[in-house]
Design a protein around this ligand. Structure first.
Ligand SMILES: [Zn+2]
Length: 260
């Protein structure tokens, strides 16, 4: 599923291609895809004749400001969503979902006055569109995470460190693959209670999160980590057989040898 790196790639496509173009028509064929009381008629009247002015992101939520004090368009990619502008796609890498341009997968779209279009294409229909989303329900963005904030959120919680890192209200943007990879690099057991991570462990984890984001973005996405995600695979660092468990409700891989 798209994680923060894929959502950031989608944001960059919006910024490069979708801004400052007049919106001639809004395509909202799927009322279920519109959230928080938004209706097809409501979203059409709110966006038609405006322009997209700025493409932002907080965690995995795309936020697009609109012209003339219009609403903020909130786009959620869900499990398989992808942003397509004038036929160029960004978002979930092909390893997770088909990139076929099936018309039924176009859950939401904007037709521009110049003839181009923006689509949210989502085979699994778990994404969403909303207007003026509550951005403050999300914690600080993972790319802007400070060591002090990380220490504060870990120090307050008796939940497994993995569950705390994935809680979007505390840190926005870290998903299953990125958290497993960061904990693998930081030598921390994902099941360890958050408040038991020592001070130097927090500093190491903060570095590992930054390195993970930077390195995997360069390699091409959240699926390019060093930690193998296959049952019975050996740890690439020490050869121990990797553990596969469910932690925080998600399938979790870790090394029983070097992650403590
Ligand atoms: Zn290991």
């Amino acid at each position: 599923m798209p994680e923060i790196l894929e959502v950031e790639a989608a944001r960059a496509v919006l910024e490069a291609r979708a801004l400052d173009r007049g919106i001639a028509r809004v395509h909202a064929p799927d009322a279920w895809f519109l959230k928080r009381g938004l209706t097809p008629r409501g979203v059409r009247s709110a966006l038609t004749n405006r322009r997209l002015e700025r493409a932002r992101r907080r965690g995995k939520l795309l936020l697009v400001d609109t012209s003339n004090d219009g609403p903020v368009l909130g786009l959620h990619l869900g499990m398989s969503g992808r942003i397509v502008v004038d036929g160029e796609a960004a978002g979930d890498p092909l390893v997770y979902a088909s990139n076929r341009a099936v018309r039924q997968w176009h859950r939401f779209g904007l037709h521009f006055t110049d003839g181009g279009a923006l689509w949210l294409r989502d085979p699994r229909r778990l994404g969403a569109v909303e207007l003026d989303p509550d951005e403050d329900r999300l914690g600080p963005d993972a790319f802007a995470l400070t060591k002090a904030h990380l220490a504060a959120v870990l120090g307050r919680s008796r939940a497994p460190v993995k569950a705390v890192l994935m809680d979007q209200s505390r840190i926005a943007g870290l998903g299953n693959l990125l958290v497993d990879e960061a904990l693998f690099r930081a030598d921390i057991d994902p099941a360890r209670l958050a408040l038991t991570v020592p001070v130097d462990g927090v500093a190491g984890l903060h570095r590992a999160i930054r390195t993970t984001l930077r390195t995997l973005a360069r390699r091409g996405g959240s699926h390019t980590g060093d930690l193998p995600r296959e049952p019975g695979a050996p740890c690439p660092r020490d050869g121990a057989t990797l553990l596969r468990r469910t932690i925080g409700g998600r399938t979790t891989y870790s090394c029983p040898q070097h992650q403590r």
